[in-house]
Design a protein around this ligand. Structure first.
Ligand code: ITT
Length: 202
C-alpha cells in the first residue's frame, strides 16, 4: 500500500477527494492533515490558485515524506470582477464561516439582476512528491449566484451556486452528482489522466 496525504483541513474537501481517489486508486491509503496533528497551519500567501495549491502540497510532502495532494479553490463572480477568488474562504473576515461568507456575497449582489449573476468555481490541484516531482491540474464549473440559499448538502458557497443544466444549487445535489459537475471533480479527472506517469516517477 502506498500513501497519499490530502493537504487540507477542510472536511468538505476531504470527503469529496477521498471518495474520488478511493474509487480510482483502491491500492492507495488516503490520509488527511488530521492524521498529522504536528503540522501547523500553512499560510496561503500566494495570489493565484496555482501558487497556493503548490505551497500547500510542497509543505505537506516535505513534512510527511509522502506524496501530498492539495487543491486551492474558490468562487469567481463576474459582477464582482472575479471576487472573492483566492480569498473565498476568508471573504467575510477573520472569523469567517461558510454561512457568513455566502450571506456577505448575497448582500454584495442584492442589486444585481439574474442575467448578470454568472460565476464559476475554480479548482487547481497540485500533487507534490518528496523527490520534487509535481503534477498540476485545473478544473472549473460555470453557474449563477442565487438570490437566497437553497439546499443543505456540500459546503462553502454550495447553497448559493446554481447549475443551469441540473436546475439545482450545488447544495441540492447528492455527492455523486456534485462530483460529476464540479470544478474539483473536473480537476481531479484531469489529474488522474496524467497520474500513472507521475506515480512511476515518485
Ligand atoms: P484548505 O486550504 O485547508 O484546503 P480552505 O477551505 O481554506 O481549506 P481554500 O483556501 O481552497 O480552502 O478555499 C476554498 C474556499 O472556496 C472554501 O472555503 C469555500 O468557501 C469555497 N469553495 C471551494 N470549493 C467549493 C465547493 O465545492 N463548494 C462550495 N464552496 C467551495
Amino acid at each position: 500500500m502506498r500513501t497519499i496525504v490530502l493537504a487540507t483541513g477542510n472536511q468538505g474537501k476531504i470527503k469529496e477527494f477521498a471518495t474520488m481517489f478511493g474509487r480510482l486508486m483502491p491500492d492507495v491509503t488516503v490520509l488527511g492533515l488530521k492524521d498529522f496533528p504536528e503540522i501547523e497551519e500553512i499560510p496561503e500567501t500566494g495570489t493565484t490558485f496555482e501558487e497556493n495549491s503548490r505551497i500547500k502540497a510542497m509543505a505537506v510532502a516535505k513534512a510527511t515524506g509522502h506524496v501530498a495532494v492539495a487543491d486551492d479553490s474558490g468562487l469567481m463572480v463576474d459582477a464582482l470582477d472575479g471576487q472573492p477568488g483566492v480569498y473565498s474562504a476568508r471573504y467575510s473576515g477573520e472569523h469567517a464561516t461558510d454561512e457568513k461568507n455566502y450571506l456577505k456575497l448575497l448582500e454584495e449582489m442584492h442589486n444585481v439582476p439574474m442575467i448578470h449573476r454568472t460565476a464559476r468555481f475554480i479548482c487547481v490541484i497540485t500533487a507534490y512528491a518528496p523527490n520534487g516531482e509535481s503534477l498540476v491540474a485545473r478544473g472549473s464549473w460555470e453557474g449563477r449566484i442565487t438570490s437566497a440559499p437553497l439546499g443543505n448538502h456540500g459546503f462553502g458557497y454550495d447553497p448559493v451556486f446554481w447549475d443551469d443544466e441540473a436546475e439545482k444549487t450545488a447544495a441540492q445535489m447528492n455527492a455523486d452528482t456534485k462530483n460529476s459537475h464540479s470544478h474539483r471533480g473536473n480537476a481531479l479527472k484531469s489529474l488522474l489522466e496524467d497520474w500513472p506517469v507521475f506515480w512511476e516517477r515518485v
